[in-house]
Design a binder for this molecule. Structure first.
Ligand SMILES: N[C@@H](CCC(=O)N[C@@H](CS)C(=O)NCC(=O)O)C(=O)O
Length: 204
């Protein structure tokens, strides 16, 4: 049964799932929703796909998995993208939680506000949050850079879901005004992820 990805293709959270499938050579069907037009907030979407009103959602048969990292895990469980070692598996989850708490709410949100909504259209609250999100996004990128200064991948010595999850919004962080040249180890790692067999870019 081929899983169906309910998505907005320019979202990094959705790309993570496509990238996981591509790296593993798994087929996936895609259904597009325009979040700029509120297509994930309709009564039908809320009732049938995700009561939380957001994409991505991975549909497996008649069951639905919202939350990008959970969907990646569903696809990759038991594969080389999830470490066998118990400590490494927990360490992979640590970076995936870091991605959702310290990285995505800053790096991805600035990308969305500046490159999709547009600075001129931000409301007062969003405008007030910009400097804090910039600072927190830079802190996340700095922490990643320090971690990668002495290793190729986030966990162990091979690619895992930790890399996939963090790659999705990091590789387009410049859309949100982050200067990736300030993070040399991150830049090296981005190139390494993009060179993996099966890799596919976000716009494919
Ligand atoms: N933690 C969720 C975040 C999902 C999320 O924020 N989705 C955004 C796009 S990336 C969305 O659906 N926005 C439309 C809306 O909230 O109406 C995940 O990792 O999947």
């Amino acid at each position: 049964m081929t899983p169906i990805l309910h998505e907005y293709s320019q979202s990094g959270n959705c790309y993570k799932i496509r990238l996981t499938a591509a790296l593993l050579g798994l087929p996936i069907e895609r259904r597009e929703y325009d979040i700029m037009k509120g297509e994930t907030r309709t009564p039908r979407f809320l009732a049938d796909v995700n009561p939380n009103g957001r994409i991505p959602v991975l549909q497996v048969g008649d069951r639905f998995i919202p939350e990008s990292n959970a969907a990646c895990f569903y696809l990759a469980d038991g594969t080389e993208l999830v470490p066998e070692d118990r400590f490494d598996r927990a360490d992979m989850l640590r970076w995936m939680f870091f991605e959702q708490y310290s990285h995505e709410p800053n790096v991805a949100t600035l990308r969305f506000w500046l490159a999709f909504v547009g600075e001129a259209r931000l409301d007062e609250l969003q405008r007030a949050l910009l400097p804090g999100k910039r600072k927190a996004g830079e802190a996340a990128l700095r922490l990643m850079d320090e971690h990668l200064a002495t290793r190729d991948y986030f966990v162990g010595d091979r690619l895992s879901l930790a890399d996939v999850a963090l790659y999705a919004y990091t590789h387009v962080a410049d859309d949100g005004g982050f200067d990736l040249s300030a993070y040399p180890a991150v830049s090296r790692w981005l190139a390494l992820v993009a060179a993996q067999p099966g890799y596919r870019p976000m716009d494919s």
